[in-house]
Design a protein around this ligand. Sequence first.
Ligand code: COA
Length: 245
Amino acid sequence: MSTTTLRIEELDDRVVVTLSRPSARNAMNAAMVGELHDVCAALEERPRLLLLTGDGGTFAAGADIGELRERGRDQALRGINSRVFDRIARLPMPTVAAVDGYALGGGAELAYACDVRLASPSAVFGNPEPGLGILAAAGACWRLRELVGASVAKQVLLAGKRLDAEDALRFGLVAEVAPAGELLKRAHALLDRMARSGALALRLTKLVADAPGGHPIADDLAQAILFESADKRDRMDAFLAGGRS
Ligand code: COA
């Protein structure tokens, strides 16, 4: 995959994507959105775990304001950022965002679209969009509420509150805070734990966990698929034989 705004490392069980436009604090321009779509296409084709991070001590400073300024109603209706974030949220296998430094605007929304977030002590999440005369339309207005509750979400969305790493940990937005130098190691350790589970079990768990409302039938159907898998029998045989995984 040839890219100009992302660095991509493909491993057997995971893909590591680094947002890399350091001169613009990794602001997401159209090229980056296109390249993220290419990453999604590759992960839909061959499901693997995803680790997303940013270059140069910043996760991402939002959508590229130079491009945003020129967009009108029709571009907004195309959901340029919301569609790629939704695609990331619906990737078959779990996704982890490792956030060092600023995750603002669309950068924050990208992190919200991941399944789990880790932060360095310098992480800052915020949605300053109303200050630019627009709203955070790529998921913050509903994903953030699901992640931290309406009270905190409205402080971020309406009062410009920025969540530092300590806030983010306290509100459950991030799973862990680790020194910047260890952040990727911790993220890989988390992905290693995930990778030890059955791949199909993880995939179906993510699918049903993201289904809205109560969904016992979907859970039963997913379980029925897993109960027929050789992987389930092998894992349970190994447990019963004493080889704990
Ligand atoms: N879009 C386009 N360019 C951006 C950008 C964005 N979202 N965020 C930063 N940049 C550019 C700056 O214009 C600057 O470019 P220049 O060197 O050509 O002047 C460069 O990145 C460095 O930014 P700077 O503001 O000097 O860095 P900083 O470390 O002082 O501050 C931020 C970092 C992230 C706090 C600050 O850049 C910022 O507030 N960015 C905008 C955040 C935002 O409102 N995002 C929501 C967009 S919807």
